[in-house]
Design a binder for this molecule. Structure first.
Ligand SMILES: Nc1ncnc2c1ncn2[C@@H]1O[C@H](COP(=O)(O)OP(=O)(O)OP(=O)(O)O)[C@@H](O)[C@H]1O
Ligand SMILES: [Mg+2]
Length: 367
């Protein structure tokens, strides 16, 4: 897809942005109105599918596994499921599985009795009990210690547990939503994640596409954030210039929506009162910015060629590897970045003998 193609697909005129300003700031629940409104205006078929799936499964008690890169909105989706569930008015309890040491995680999840271990000066009610009747959101589940994985699995199978240092069996009614930015299949193959737990949690599987795979929504989201932050700081901020929009639409967004949100928030703060947001207000770094036509002078623009070698063979391989790294080794996206067809890229990959551990597994997975 060429730059102009991507850009012209975004028909900004057709979006009724005034609605953004009319939406109440919060929906009364955990989500802002826009976050609930986004699926209705998203032009990305994957996103629309995700939300129609959510609608169908929200009211059940099925476990949900949400996978997606950092900043794609996994936590938001977990909240959206809860908001549409029959448990909407019940607790929504989050546990960050990566942040806690394995022993602390157990006591965090299941609680502990007074005196269970040194420092356990009082009885502690764990997250499972806190979430009773509601939803337990296990964030970053791919980073959970194997021994904790085993315990969680047992709880899910038996629907009951005991506090650390306790012998009373406690029964709870908890719906589990888990999220990870890791490729759990890869983790399972490496022995880092239990397949049985994966199957238990993965009753409903949601994959959130990275922002670079929903470019048709970039302008929409950027415009939403521009209005939101301008309203928050009570500033009159002009719209994005065409060049700015082109840069936004062509950036590869490794930090996804979070990165977009931050960039727009900063631009709103630094732009002059009443001025449009120009490319220089964007503070975007890296090759994407230049590739997308950013104004900052490259060394090459000044007549210097800042290349480690002029050997075309070597440069080609470097460009291919770098494009693959930037796109998470997705060949189709890397081909887009390189401006060649996926077929041509595939040929060059075998020519340069470039390999990646994920490819074999992905092809096995889709087989
Ligand atoms: N559809 C959306 N509309 C508005 N804001 C969004 C949307 N999706 C995500 N965001 C914003 O992007 C940021 C990242 O979202 P979130 O925390 O849900 O991502 P995540 O996938 O859980 O990321 P991580 O893996 O790093 O935890 C948040 O500030 C969130 O409000
Ligand atoms: Mg998150």
């Amino acid at each position: 897809m060429t730059e102009t193609q991507i850009y012209s697909e975004v028909d900004l005129e057709q979006i009724d942005y005034e609605i953004f300003d009319q939406l109440p700031h919060t929906s009364g629940g955990r989500l802002s109105s826009f976050e609930l409104y986004y699926p209705k205006v998203s032009r990305n078929p994957e996103i629309r599918k995700v939300y129609s799936l959510i609608k169908k499964i929200a009211k059940s008690n099925a476990s949900v596994m949400i996978q997606g890169e950092t900043g794609t909105g996994k936590e938001l989706i977990a909240g959206a499921i809860q908001a549409q569930s029959l448990r909407a008015n019940k607790p929504f309890v989050t546990v960050n599985c990566a942040a806690l040491h394995e022993h602390l995680l157990e006591s965090e999840l299941f609680g502990h009795e007074k005196g269970a271990f040194t420092g356990a000066i009082a009885t502690h009610i764990g997250k499972f009990e806190q979430a009773d009747g509601g939803t337990l959101f296990l964030d970053e589940i791919g980073d959970m210690h194997p021994s904790t994985q085993a315990k969680i699995l047992r709880v899910l199978q038996q629907q009951s547990f005991s506090r650390v240092g306790g012998n009373k069996t406690i029964q709870v009614d908890v719906r589990i939503i888990a999220a990870t930015n890791k490729d759990l299949w890869m983790e399972i193959e490496n022995g880092g994640f239990r397949a049985d737990l994966y199957y238990r949690l993965n009753v409903v599987s949601i994959h959130l596409p990275p922002l670079r795979e929903r470019r048709e929504d970039i302008a929409l989201l950027a415009e939403y954030f521009r209005r939101k932050f301008a309203r928050e700081v009570k500033k009159n901020v002009g719209s994005f210039t065409d060049e700015t929009l082109r840069l936004l639409c062509n950036h590869s967004w490794p930090g996804n929506i979070r990165e977009l949100r931050n960039i727009v928030e900063r631009a709103v703060l630094i732009v002059g009162e009443g001025d449009s947001i120009t490319a220089k207000d964007l503070a975007m770094r890296g090759q994407d910015y230049f590739a997308a036509g950013g104004r900052n002078r490259r060394r090459a623009d000044r007549g210097e060629v800042g290349l480690p070698t002029l050997n075309l063979e070597v440069l080609e391989k470097q460009a291919i590897v770098s494009a693959l790294e930037q796109t998470g080794w997705v060949q189709k996206d890397a081909a887009d970045l390189l401006g060649i067809s996926p077929r041509a890229l595939n040929y060059k990959i075998s020519q340069h003998v470039i390999t990646h551990a994920g490819w074999r597994k992905h092809s096995m997975k889709s087989a």
